[in-house]
Design a protein around this ligand. Structure first.
Ligand code: TRP
Ligand code: SF4
Length: 328
């Protein structure tokens, strides 16, 4: 049997996961488990690069994230699930890679320039923040991953990773494969205010939300902005509620909404109610799994320990090669 190709990806533990994360990344990871040798990890050191002043939430977020992952269908039997800071080898490789990474590569990184402007309320003029992609490169190549499933925003980091791997191989011999981005499609569903769904916009629906909370969020969703009154015909094609229907309602319902919205036979209040019910039903299995894991903290601890042990074995093997290549 041919060896499965290895892929790796990570998420920063900055809060509970929402439907945007589910459709954008997680659902894709869950599918990839069948096809690839998957390594998925929680990038807690990376969370420190921007939130170093306020670290009190991190340990809770890490646990919540793991439970979010498990309830969405990541499986500790199929994938290696682990926490970055538990594998100290990432830090050692990061240090060695930092010796060979030219600073201009990091300074011209588009996400670096963007974030400095966007997060102007934080002082990001730190060494660690500039070095973010070097740590990310260490995360990826320490497992000799071939593919990195990411959204478009992370592609520059995978590019820098390739450049760093190439430079390492050039100086010290061929140790690392050059990983490729596997682009994850960004979901069409938006936040309840029609902006990109994001924790910082306060417009997200979380998959840990209670049914009541979900119903309340859906009732607040902005719809076709041209449709002021129920008697006005609407246009589902510009309505975010309709996008949600396409994900969560059966095709008969979707067709009916499409027609009755245009003819003003159905009002937004009713349309949202139907959608909320279907959304709540679709998330029910996840809610059950979440309750299962929340009631079994020891099981969650064991999953973390096992996943970290598996990851550490691979990372240690690579580091032995790295030290030899670098003559340490
Ligand atoms: N930078 C990624 C993000 O913010 C998280 C991350 C850290 C990552 N290390 C990684 C993603 C390695 C893929 C591979 O989303
Ligand atoms: Fe959107 Fe439904 Fe209202 Fe049409 S009826 S505008 S699809 S919420």
């Amino acid at each position: 049997m041919a060896e499965k190709k290895r892929i790796l990806s990570g998420m920063r533990p900055t809060g509970p996961l929402h439907l945007g994360n589910l459709h954008g990344a997680l659902a894709n990871w869950v599918k990839m488990q069948e096809q690839y040798d998957c390594f998925f990890f929680i990038a807690d050191w990376h969370a420190l690069t921007s939130d170093y002043e306020n670290t009190g939430f991190i340990s809770g977020y890490i646990r919540d994230m793991l439970i979010d992952w498990l309830s969405a269908g990541l499986s500790p039997e199929k994938s290696t699930l682990f926490i970055q800071s538990h594998i100290k080898e990432h830090a050692e490789l990061f240090l060695i890679l930092s010796m060979i990474t030219p600073v201009p590569w990091l300074e011209r990184n588009p996400t670096y320039k963007d974030q400095i402007v966007q997060l102007s309320n934080k002082d990001l003029s730190t060494f660690g923040f500039l070095g973010y992609p070097v740590l990310q490169a260490a995360d990826i190549i320490i497992y000799k991953a071939h593919g990195v499933p990411v959204g478009v925003d992370q592609v520059p980091h995978v590019e820098i990773t390739r450049e760093i791997a190439r430079r390492f191989n050039y100086f010290y011999g061929n140790v690392f494969p050059e990983p490729e981005s596997i682009l994850t499609e960004t979901p069409k569903i938006l936040g309840i205010d029609r902006r990109k769904m994001s924790k910082s916009y306060n417009n997200a629906i979380y998959f840990s939300d209670s049914p009541d909370k979900i119903a309340a969020s859906v009732s607040k969703m902005l719809t076709d902005p041209q449709r002021a009154r129920k008697s006005d015909p609407g246009d589902p094609d510009v309505c975010n509620v309709y996008e949600f229907h396409k994900f969560y309602s059966d095709s008969k319902t979707v067709d009916r909404i499409n027609k009755e919205c245009r003819t003003a036979e159905i009002g937004c209040v009713e349309c949202k109610k139907i959608m909320a019910q279907n959304l709540i039903k679709a998330l029910e299995p996840m809610r059950e799994k979440r309750e299962y894991y929340e009631a079994r903290p020891q099981l969650v601890d064991d999953i973390i320990t096992d996943g970290c042990d598996k990851a550490r074995r691979v990372a240690r093997r690579t580091m032995a090669e790295v030290r030899e290549a670098v003559n340490l």
